[in-house]
Design a protein around this ligand. Sequence first.
Ligand code: MG
Ligand code: MG
Length: 289
Amino acid sequence: MRWLSHLYNRIRDAFMVHIKSKREIERLRESADLVGRTLAEVARHIDVGVTLEELDRVAEDHIRTHGAEPAFKGYQVGDNVFPNTLCTSVNDAVVHGIPDDYALQDGDLLSIDCGAMLNGYYGDWGFTFGVGAVSEEDAALCRATYQALLNGIDQARAGRQIGDISHAVQSHCETQGYGVVRELVGHGIGQGLHEDPQVPNFGEPGQGRRLKSGMTLCIEPMINRGGGEVTTDSDGWTVRATDGLPSAHYEHMIVVRDGQAEVLSDFGYIEDVVEPPYALDSVQETSTR
Ligand code: MG
Ligand code: MG
């Protein structure tokens, strides 16, 4: 039945191309930019003793005072409604952590995912911070996760396929012994927070949806120091590494182009405020192929 799925993919590609116009891409750039300025504001407040709820208030105020809406607050999956502006995931929490009264401790890894809707278009990207002094093992995890993201972006060129991105992320992390979380994936973005196509962090090169210039994607490796297995807390949201080891998550918003992808999200906003745990000079902007 391989020919049938091939035919289906061809028809789907022909009728469901999620190609954004220049105007739409400008809107997405503005939304990504607001998320960046919000994350920089949050970064200024990250410190030992600060609670996750405090950071969430900073983010919500910043988004609303700039004429936008938090994208995650009120987001519904089944009967579960996400209650906050930020996802704050500490240490073994992978993603979707709910901000609470937990006070940050020296050495914590803090993954923050932020979404905003501005003028009808979504921004969604995230960053893993180190609180105080992080261990060398955790810094190495952040480095591998961020480099995997850059390697994935390097594959996001018109004519290549989703599997090329997925494989670049997976191979960079698994060859170093890290666990790739498979339950959650990257996605298209636009007037919807999660659009097609899905962008898994594992897969085979030369497989999956073909990339076209003007597709806008969120690429977001979720990588564990131990195994890739995860469980969901009783709060219905927090995804946690089953073995209790720390996890990292970096997310960029990109536009597929004929050559190198254009990155709409700018980590520079954050790197201007805090020292990133991955050590800036240790990552290579493009992989060597
Ligand atoms: Mg996302
Ligand atoms: Mg996100």
